[in-house]
Design a protein around this ligand. Structure first.
Ligand code: UT7
Length: 356
């Protein structure tokens, strides 16, 4: 077995460690991606619209009518991204009936990492007590990161079967400005996770579609802190490092168009129609966006899952958190076809079809 660099190198390295479950050769490709476990976590601290009205010039009425958000959860002072991710991951592993030694790969989607480098996935691998399996972040993928992570995970499982932990986590409250009312009231903290694997679980991940329009990086960006505009004392003083530039109306328009189209595309790929869908779990950014997607797809209101009123926009955590909560609430039964759809800074979009 060679350890040369290239797409196969991580497989070569992990094969020798004997950790993280079974690994097979590409010839043994599997079509099955099971969803073995679901997990979610939100911090205890509730920040209501009335609380925000004491911090910035806003009202419960403005936030409610424009976004549908009534409250969101914020992490405690002693919590960081890793804590949120670990709680959700532990619940997903418990639901899957597996332990840390059974995890063969870890993908963490987040734009609000534990530290700048290394990635949150490395910290999570150690915290959970997994073996020295591949672990990496999908960073900067905005709110679409978790569903993109599902796409990567299923390809990895097809190539070399192993259990992949996919986490979406965001601790946005600590990294964005608390002075800019246009953005600060929209977000909340949380985490969601699934364990995917080559075996039948609670459900099967049938397919995932994903796309990016890189000409739209400017409509949603936090641009200070990279090599183009490094973090300095001046940027810190001006708050530029926390300034989320957002063209709200353009993001709104793109979100509706791209999420709806991605749902139809993934349905087409699995040879099913909108009429077959029991539940759509869309990215929870704004109730008006969710309603517009619901109308565009022509599904009943009850088919679309909504928790943006309680959690706000939790970025990459939003879809897995919704999926976990929907299942906890008994909204998903055996035989149900569930569709996930998300959009985010990039501009990225993705959708997944899950058969329970
Ligand atoms: O995960 C991706 C994250 N981003 C999104 O999903 C954003 C998508 N876009 C949206 O959700 C909506 O565009 C917003 C909720 C951001 C804004 O809603 P809108 O209906 O597009 O509002 P608007 O831009 O038409 O209204 C803006 C007005 C401005 O006042 P003027 O200039 O019309 O007098 C703002 O100053 O609302 C004002 N405003 C606020 N007023 C009270 C902006 N934020 C607030 C606020 N409280 N928090």
């Amino acid at each position: 077995m060679t350890t040369a660099s290239g797409p196969d190198s991580v497989i070569a390295v992990t094969t020798g460690t004997g950790v993280g479950g079974r690994l097979r050769s590409p010839e043994a490709e599997t079509e099955m991606t099971g969803v073995l476990g679901f997990g979610g976590y939100v911090p205890d601290r509730v920040m209501t619209n009335a609380d925000w009205a004491e911090v910035v010039d806003t009202t419960d009425e403005w936030i409610t009518t424009r976004t549908g958000i009534k409250e969101r959860r914020f992490a405690a002072d002693d919590e960081a991204t890793l804590d949120l991710a670990a709680h959700a991951a532990e619940r997903a592993m418990q639901d899957a009936g597996i332990g840390p030694a059974d995890i063969g790969e870890i993908i963490v989607a987040t734009d609000t990492p534990e530290v700048y480098t290394p990635d949150t996935a490395s910290f999570l691998q150690h915290r959970l007590g997994c073996g020295n399996v591949p672990a990496y972040d999908l960073g900067g993928s905005g709110c679409a990161g978790f569903v993109q992570g599902l796409d990567v995970a299923r390809a990895r499982i097809a190539f070399a079967p192993r259990n992949v932990l996919v986490v979406g986590v965001e601790l946005i409250s600590r990294l964005i400005s608390w002075k800019e009312r246009e953005t600060c009231v929209l977000f909340g903290d949380g985490a969601g996770a699934v364990v995917l694997g080559p075996d039948a679980g609670h459900a099967e991940l049938l397919d995932v579609v994903a796309g990016t329009d890189g000409s739209m990086t400017g409509i949603l960006t936090l641009s200070t802190g990279g090599t183009r505009d490094p973090f300095t004392i001046e940027t810190a003083k001006s708050g530029a490092h926390q300034h989320l530039e957002m063209n709200g109306r353009e993001v709104f328009k793109q979100a509706v168009t791209r999420m709806s189209a991605a749902v139809l595309e993934v349905l087409d790929r699995v040879d099913r129609s909108v009429a077959d869908v029991a539940l759509v779990v869309p990215h929870q950014a704004n109730k008006r966006i969710i309603d517009a997607v619901t109308r565009r797809l022509g599904v009943d209101d009850g088919v679309t899952f909504v928790n943006v009123d309680y959690f706000g926009n939790t970025g990459s955590a939003s879809v897995p958190l919704g999926l976990w909560q929907a299942r906890e609430q008994g909204r998903v039964a055996n035989g149900d076809l569930v569709i996930l759809t998300a959009f985010g800074a990039g501009f990225h979009w993705a959708a997944a079809a899950i058969q329970f």
